[in-house]
Design a binder for this molecule. Structure first.
Ligand SMILES: Cc1cc2nc3c(=O)[nH]c(=O)nc-3n(C[C@H](O)[C@H](O)[C@H](O)COP(=O)(O)OP(=O)(O)OC[C@H]3O[C@@H](n4cnc5c(N)ncnc54)[C@H](O)[C@@H]3O)c2cc1C
Length: 392
């Protein structure tokens, strides 16, 4: 901490890693007047591209101006296609396709405009829980370190915050042209027993974006190639998608681990923008200068608790997608989309799960419908969900 010319005590915050998570924290904290230093090993932000950039309008509001300036398309909701059985879910807030690289550049510019010092092309080599940050010959001691190093970073291991994450591979391909088979302003999400994940397809500007994720990288490539259907993608990008679980305790001493590195992702889809935008807003509302780390732990704990509940469902689905697809198809046939339509947000998986599980009558309808499709796969999914390991 130091005193500025007017005698105000200023908290020194280091943000390590300038991907989406680091940048959204830097932007929010700098706008509150904290003295923020951002370290990023690459010479520019938004690089390499990997993310589809789909979020709810609610998340756009949470992020603020930089997200609003980078909207490429908006949609009424999603169409689920479960092996040819389709249903439409209108979401309470519109779904938004963001320009991800543009968003990161705008967050960086805004953070800098609010007084943050940006160190691009600087790799942090060491941190400790007392606020030490070492980059080459430079070392600084900070009051708070936001560690947002992504899945590939290795600093969290140095201080014992590493933990095992569940991952899949994701790939996006942008192709030219309009697609008449797209159902108006919706994101088409496809589930099939042979893909250990799911696929997506939607239009924006003058192009169509297709993509898929799965536990098997080869399966993703084959699925995307089949969706591109012999065309030549204008852009191809992807990477590792995190499905949690979140680290149970995000803070150790003066270091708070966030982003993909902490498993702060929606476990069903791997989306990381909403949880980190939410936490950055909550953190920026705390009086950090008062050293109130109890409040930091409290808001982090709220997010972690929510994500852990969703993780159990996701684990059952990815543990056995074939059974998950049977169950999902039954749920769609039993009126799942009528229940959810107009009541859920694209990023609000907690509410979606509680709506599905809240009615015993609906549960029974799904149960009977599933049993008529496949008794065996249904039992497998339920055992996975309640955490009983199957033999063989
Ligand atoms: C195919 C795909 C599609 C996705 N689609 C969506 C989507 O539609 N919606 C959504 O919400 N999420 C989506 N996600 C997830 C989302 O992209 C991630 O959750 C998010 O980008 C993670 O950001 P991050 O800042 O935590 O990590 P990263 O983006 O990996 O950033 C970490 C940064 O830290 C830097 N760094 C690491 N170590 C150091 C060091 N020692 N010193 C200095 N710098 C360092 C790295 O260079 C990097 O820039 C998708 C992900 C993938 C792969």
């Amino acid at each position: 901490m130091w005193e500025d010319s007017e005698g105000f005590t200023k908290l020194r915050i280091a943000v390590v890693g300038a991907g989406f998570s680091g940048l959204v924290f830097a932007y929010k904290l700098a706008s509150k007047g904290y003295d923020v230093d951002v370290y990023e090993e690459h010479k520019r932000v938004g690089f390499p591209p990997h993310c589809t950039g789909l979020v709810s309008m609610d998340t756009v509001e949470l992020i603020g101006g930089p997200a609003k300036e980078n909207i490429l398309g908006t949609y009424n909701g999603v169409v689920l296609d479960v092996e040819g059985t389709r249903c439409t879910i209108d979401t309470v807030n519109r779904v938004v396709k963001l320009n991800r690289e543009g968003l990161e550049e705008a967050l960086l510019e805004e953070a800098e405009a609010n007084g943050a010092s940006i160190h691009l092309g600087v790799r942090v080599s060491r941190i400790d829980s007392q606020g030490l940050v070492e980059a080459g010959n430079d070392r600084g001691i900070y009051d708070l370190v936001i560690l947002a190093e992504g899945i590939h970073g290795n600093l969290r291991g140095q201080i014992g915050l590493d933990h095992r994450l569940t991952t899949t591979y994701g790939l996006n391909a942008e192709i030219s042209g309009q697609d008449q088979s797209l159902l108006g302003d919706y994101i088409l999400i496809g589930f099939e027993r042979t893909l250990e994940g799911f696929s997506w397809r939607f239009g924006f500007l003058d192009r169509i974006l297709v993509g898929a994720l799965s536990k098997r990288a080869r399966e993703v490539k084959e699925k995307v190639a089949s969706m591109v259907n012999g065309g030549r993608p204008r852009r191809l990008y992807g990477g590792i998608v995190i499905h949690g679980p979140p680290l149970r305790r995000l803070r150790l001493g003066k270091v708070v681990l966030v982003g993909d590195a902490a498993g702060l992702n929606k476990p069903l889809t791997g989306g990381g923008l909403y949880p980190n935008a939410w936490l950055s807003v909550k953190l920026s509302e705390i009086d950090l200068a008062a050293g109130d780390f109890y409040e930091v732990d409290r808001v982090a704990g709220m997010l972690v608790g929510k994500l852990l509940r969703q993780y159990r469902i996701a684990r059952a689905y990815y543990g056995d997608t074939a059974s998950g697809v049977v169950l999902l198809r039954s749920a769609v046939e039993a009126g799942l989309c009528d229940v959810l339509s107009g009541r859920i947000d694209y990023d609000g998986h907690e509410r979606m799960i509680s709506l599905v599980l809240s009615s015993p009558a609906r549960g029974l309808r799904i149960l009977f419908s599933t049993l008529s499709h496949s008794r065996r796969e249904f039992y497998k999914f339920v055992l996975d969900f309640i955490g009983i390991k199957r033999g063989g």
